[in-house]
Design a binder for this molecule. Structure first.
Ligand code: BG6
Length: 518
């Protein structure tokens, strides 16, 4: 947690939130519910307001009904009573606006000044662009031209991924918004950084004497990061077919998680110091030298028709709004190296895919094995120790160690010390967007991505994408509902390792139990 955030914990400053894309999915599923949770927990006081902005016409009543439905359906708090709800909803207004029409922004300015007066807000404005990235530049310009940035307080721009399609387009996008906003005013969201257990990685590593001394290539054999999803592309075929797993999940969430695992302890707990350390990890990623190098280290796959829990699932090419001859990957796995003193020689295996058997995000840190030619190792097969960080949807940590099988003279078996945070009664972890919205209002940019992180990540990813473009036959397939293409297994087995079971389920569907296997 950043120092300025600790100081401000109790007093989120009043601000007007502008949600551009107010009738869209993100606003409905994530943003309104997050704002309601913050309000319910007293993190937003009465000095806040929200102006929902979208092109569509919506009457105040319709907008309030949308808001109510969104909270009832997606928020972890349900509406308590109507008095409380009416007070909350009174902070919300709607503005129908064409983002290229500066005149409309002048009107928005008047509406803003009125609502600031109504709720005693001192001119702080947070512009949340839940929009297609192509529109970021135009909105930024119109905000400036329309006088929206001339309030008495701060202005902050919060933007969603994808931040560009590759380094070149990301640079263009960045230039466009930088013409209006300074880097310190830009909050680029990677919602994985708002997840409770991703933030916990820092604490687990740096607050525990028995992890940090071992956190290096002397004691760690490999690290595995899995982001599995059971869903296919759903209604997002058009976007996804253009993007693919590498750009949709790899450039952002996966590399961000990797930086949290691999970064050095920052000298101070300030956002810039933490982000400096993260970008150093990205700069230390060993770049792929050639198409052959990519082929040896990165596997890509696309799901074909399959079954999941008895249900027939279509193949990717049969999905709505997907090119029937598409070569887009819905899965990728890679072996990457962080070439610095701490991690030299340690492979990081990362994998993500749609239509896998389990929805899960997990990090497995596999420690080097005990020597197998002396003492216990000579006589027994010892499993390596594991530290598993469960990010999503289960939250928790488990540590796997070897112990004597009770009552047995001759057997040693692995057992798990399992802490399941999400199973505990009374724990209601905040959603990623709650945390991120609160941080943005408090000016804490720790868990947002800075431009140098974004651009360095793109440079790394671009090399892979280029190799795939030049070698279209590198695409493997896997039936929906399975653990991805064969190549992903080869990638890790050739190093003498294996993918550890995630969420209690191994590739061959052996169920992993505390203390051993069934
Ligand atoms: C998004 C991707 O960034 O993350 C989606 O665009 C993906 O394709 C989603 O489904 C996964 O997020 P979570 O929080 O559900 O793991």
């Amino acid at each position: 947690m950043a120092e300025n955030q600790m100081m401000n914990e109790m007093q989120t400053p009043g601000a007007v939130f502008f949600i551009f894309g107010a009738t869209g999915d993100l606003a409905r599923r994530k943003l309104y519910p997050a704002i309601y949770s913050l309000y319910r927990e007293g993190k937003l006081k009465e000095d806040f307001a929200v102006i929902g902005v979208a092109r569509r016409q919506r009457s105040p009543e319709e907008f309030h009904n949308d808001l109510y439905d969104s909270v009832q359906e997606f928020c972890r708090y349900k509406v308590a009573d109507s008095g409380d709800w009416d007070r909350f909803a009174s902070h919300f207004e709607y503005k129908s606006l064409d983002i290229n029409n500066v005149e409309g922004f002048h009107e928005l300015r008047q509406q803003t000044e009125a609502i600031e007066t109504k709720f005693g807000i001192q001119g702080n404005r947070l512009f949340y662009l839940a929009l297609a990235p192509e529109l970021f530049g135009n909105v930024s310009n119109s905000l400036k031209e329309g006088g929206m940035l001339e309030g008495n307080g701060w202005n902050r721009l919060v933007i969603e991924k994808p931040f560009g399609y590759d380094l070149e387009s990301a640079e263009r996008l960045n230039q466009e918004i930088r013409e209006v906003f300074a880097e310190e005013e830009i909050y680029r969201i990677d919602h994985y950084l708002g997840k409770e257990m991703v933030q916990n990685i820092e604490v687990i590593r740096f607050a525990n004497a028995f992890f940090e001394p071992l956190w290096n290539n002397k004691y760690i054999a490999n690290v595995q990061i899995t982001l599995g999803e059971t869903v296919g592309v759903e209604e997002r075929g058009e976007y996804y077919d253009h993007s693919g797993a590498l750009r949709d999940m790899g450039q952002n969430h996966m590399l961000q998680m990797l930086t949290m695992i691999a970064m050095e302890p920052p000298s101070r707990l300030l956002p810039e110091d933490i982000r400096d350390e993260k970008v150093k990890v990205l700069r230390s990623l060993r770049p792929f030298a050639s198409n052959e190098d990519v082929k040896q280290n990165v596997v890509r796959g696309q799901y074909t028709a399959g079954t999941y829990r008895g249900k027939e699932l279509p193949g990717y090419r049969q999905e709505d709004k997907v090119n029937p001859e598409s070569n887009t990957e819905t899965y990728f796995a890679a072996r990457v190296f962080v070439d610095n003193f701490r991690w030299a020689g340690v492979p990081f295996y990362i994998r993500t895919g749609k239509r896998l058997p389990v929805k899960t995000t997990e990090v497995v840190v596999e420690f080097r094995s005990m020597p197998n030619n002396v003492y216990l190792g000579k006589k027994y097969k010892l499993e390596p120790n594991l530290l598993v960080i469960r990010v999503n949807p289960m939250e928790g940590i488990y540590v796997k160690i070897n112990a004597k099988k009770p009552g047995s003279e001759t057997e040693i078996e692995p057992l798990a010390m399992d802490f399941c945070q999400s199973c505990m009664v009374g724990i209601n972890s905040p959603e990623a967007y709650e945390r991120l919205l609160q941080d943005a209002v408090e000016g804490d940019s720790t868990y947002f991505t800075r431009w140098d992180e974004v651009s360095t990540a793109w440079a790394f990813i671009d090399r892979i994408a280029k190799a795939w473009e030049e070698t279209p036959d590198s695409l493997e397939t896997y039936p929906a509902g399975t653990w991805g293409p064969e190549g992903a297994k080869r990638l890790i087995v050739q190093d003498g390792f294996k993918w550890w079971p995630v969420n209690g389920q191994e590739e061959d569907n052996v169920v992993w139990k505390v203390g051993g296997r069934e």
